[in-house]
Ligand binder design. Structure first.
Ligand code: HEM
Length: 476
């Protein structure tokens, strides 16, 4: 009996020593491993999705940053995420270590835009497409677009004065769509333009709806309209090919492209990229412009200062009888700063998504493979460390360049916006005609924000517009 108990004691003692060594070894192994960032993963499966969407998402991000600082984890829409709120972290993901992260979009959205659109890709295909979009929007190309953009701006504004209350955001969506069509196709027959517009509108409505492909749902209608869009685009491509025109618009660039092996783009690749560019161009520019109108309306002194700049150009152009020149658009210095500040304040693209393709270590934290990574542009734009009194609208802050990587309304790195110069040009032109020809009055109180999905003032900023001359207060 004694021998058995002694053996048991010895075995127990040896097991304890063994376990102690195993656990020490494990601890040592884990000690060098980075840990997950701080933060809460919320409820099983739903994570923190309800917290994010039940109130203003920007409040969610700001509260998280206050609590956890520049990097934190969460779980939204079924995906574990790491959110990054510092310029260094955004640069790490989008620029210096971009190869460790891939663009990621829900499959339903990819299907709607078209899987060959450049923003879903990386590598050679993405580089080729990006170059084509950029060269179709070079300064030389933009200069030629000015008369067309001016004509669209004038007719858009004219149409607002003939009706009662306008949903400013919807009006500006029409404007940015027409400018998008101009940049992509140059001149397009009215019938084709109308058909594109009608079907694109249906796609646009279904894009953010719940992706159930059942007849009667907005998503189903959008997929049907997407098929019709493809057919319309195919007819336009055919006509262009037959005419053998060497146009310098985006369609011309896409049609004439050949890679190093002499490979051209397929019809699907061309149409997916056309729809992709239209999609990237429309709501972004329209929301940014809606915010600009709101900021000008909220601060009459600011509006007067913008008017002074444009009045000079208006007089220079024989009281608006001559068209705007490229040099004049380059010289709207104060308005340009107003645009930069509006983009900072509204931060319409509040964040972007990537997905880690391998386990990545950042600042001692682990970003596991397959997790979503979200650089939070808005948090950076609203951080007092980089922008003094970030909640006040101050265009003069752009008299000095912002600190590196702190100002990213158009993103950063290989996927940054190739349309940013076009967007700024169309904003300058629209503002010129707005402040020299019209007055406006916002209807109702306007301090709420809605998401569509970009932030816009409540109800799209309803407003009444009328010609300056109707009010006997013309510039003349
Ligand atoms: C105020 C207006 C605009 C804003 C704020 C804006 C913002 C952005 C941002 C932040 C990105 C990068 C997204 C990411 O990294 O995931 C982006 C990408 C893109 N934008 Fe814009 N954009 C605007 C207007 C335009 C216009 C007018 C066009 C086209 C004519 C355009 C075409 C694109 C395209 C094609 C991409 C994808 C680039 C790529 O993946 O390589 N955008 N935009």
């Amino acid at each position: 009996m004694d021998i058995i108990s002694t053996l048991i004691y010895i075995l127990l003692f040896l097991s304890i020593i063994f376990l102690y060594y195993v656990s020490r070894k494990q601890n040592r192994k884990h000690k060098g491993r980075p840990k997950l960032p701080p933060g809460s993963m919320g409820w099983p499966y739903v994570g923190e999705t309800l917290m994010l969407y039940s109130k203003d998402p920007n409040i969610f991000f700001a509260n998280k940053q206050k609590r956890y600082d520049e990097i934190f984890k969460t779980h939204i829409l079924g995906c574990p995420c790491v959110m990054l709120a510092s310029p260094e972290a955004a640069r790490f993901v989008l620029v210096t270590h971009a190869h460790l992260f891939k663009p990621t979009y829900p499959k339903s959205k990819e299907k709607m835009i078209g899987p060959s659109a450049l923003f879903f890709h990386q590598g050679d295909y993405h580089n080729h497409l990006r170059k084509l979009v950029r060269s179709s929007l070079s300064p030389e190309a933009l200069r030629k677009l000015i008369p067309g953009i001016e004509a669209i701006a004038i007719s858009t504004l004219e149409s607002w004065t003939s009706r009662d209350v306008i949903n400013t955001f919807h009006g500006l969506k029409k404007f940015s769509f027409e400018v998008g069509i101009l940049a992509i196709f140059g001149h397009l027959e009215k019938k084709q333009r109308e058909e594109l517009k009608e079907n694109y509108c249906i796609v646009d409505k279904g894009y953010n709806s719940f992706p159930t492909n059942i007849p009667g749902t907005a998503y189903h209608r959008a997929l049907q309209a997407r098929k019709r869009l493809k057919k319309i685009l195919s007819e336009i491509l055919c006509e262009r090919k037959e005419k053998k025109l060497l146009e310098k618009d985006l369609l011309g660039h896409l049609l004439n492209f050949k890679d190093e092996k002499g490979q051209t783009l397929t019809e699907d690749e061309i149409s997916d990229n056309i729809i992709g560019v239209l999609f990237a161009a429309q709501d972004t520019t329209a929301s940014a412009l809606t915010w600009i109108l709101k900021y000008l309306n909220d601060d009459q002194k600011l509006l007067e200062a913008v008017k002074v700049e444009h009045k000079e150009i208006y007089m220079e152009n024989d009281r608006g009888k001559r068209p705007l020149t490229w040099a004049q658009t380059r010289n709207m210095r104060f308005t340009y700063k107003v645009i930069l500040e509006s983009l900072r304040m509204s931060s319409i693209v509040s964040f972007t998504y990537r997905e880690a393709v391998v386990d990545v270590e950042y600042n001692g934290y682990l970003i596991p493979k397959g997790w979503k990574v979200m650089p939070l542009f808005r948090n950076i734009h609203h951080n007092p460390e980089y922008f003094n009194e970030p909640q006040s609208f101050d265009p003069y802050r752009f008299e000095a360049a912002p600190k590196p990587n702190t100002y990213m309304p158009f993103g950063n790195g290989a996927h940054s916006c190739p349309g940013n110069e076009l967007a700024k040009l169309e904003m300058l032109i629209l503002i010129h005609h707005l402040v020299t020809k019209l007055r406006w009055e916002v209807v109702g109180t306007q301090n709420l924000i809605e998401y569509s999905p970009f932030p816009v003032p409540h109800h799209g900023l309803p407003a009444r517009f009328w010609k300056e001359s109707d009010n006997q207060e013309h510039f003349i």
